[in-house]
Design a protein around this ligand. Structure first.
Ligand SMILES: [Fe+2]
Length: 193
């Protein structure tokens, strides 16, 4: 379940209804689709099986928001050129298209810069979370320490996913921290080896 943190207010929101309310207030669509329907062997499922399992939700978002394609992105610590890939998205940027992600495996942190309300907040996504970062929202992304994430993506136009950098370097003021099980130390992402 997604966790929201507002670093400048030292505030963490974990209660699902509060997470949804906060994100809605800041323009982020959030839906807890869950991963129960995938069973215990999610890692072995092919892309088509996963997309089929979420067909009703995918079709609804396509119909509501005009997305035309859905695919699966799969990133692991073994992904070639992973550091270069991550470096494209860990600086504040925007996209001409919505960034729609449903997390199947792994975790990561979307940091959102709500420029209208002058607040920066982090969304740590986990399996089962659907978020939609609307087009032109300033944001950046970091993986959690295990450096693994598998997501369904939806696009109006895949070309719209190219980052448009703001160049503000605001991300340098924030150190995203992934919360693991309570017994673990917080896991840093951007400076992971
Ligand atoms: Fe992005």
């Amino acid at each position: 379940m997604a966790i929201v943190k507002v670093p400048d207010e030292s505030r963490t929101i974990t209660q699902p209804a509060e997470v949804k309310t906060f994100l809605t207030q800041h323009g982020i669509q959030f839906e807890p689709w869950g991963v129960e329907r995938l069973g215990d062997s999610t890692a072995k499922l092919g892309s088509e099986e996963i997309l089929k399992a979420y067909r009703p939700e995918i079709d609804r978002l396509k119909s509501d928001n005009g997305y035309v394609t859905a695919d699966i992105i799969n990133v692991t610590s073994a992904t070639p050129n992973l550091d270069a890939l991550l470096a494209k998205f860990d600086k504040e940027h925007r996209h001409a298209d919505d960034e729609v992600r449903f997390t199947i495996l792994g975790s990561g942190v979307f940091t959102i810069h709500d420029e209208k309300n002058k607040v920066v907040f982090e969304i740590q996504v986990s399996p089962g979370d659907l978020i939609n970062v609307p087009a032109y929202t300033a944001h950046w992304f970091d993986l959690c320490k295990e450096r693994t994430i598998q997501c369904i993506r939806l696009f109006k136009d895949p070309a719209g996913w190219s980052p448009i950098y703001t160049g503000t370097k605001v991300e340098e003021k924030y150190e995203p921290v992934c919360l693991g099980p309570a017994s673990l130390n917080p896991t840093l992402t951007r400076r992971a080896p």
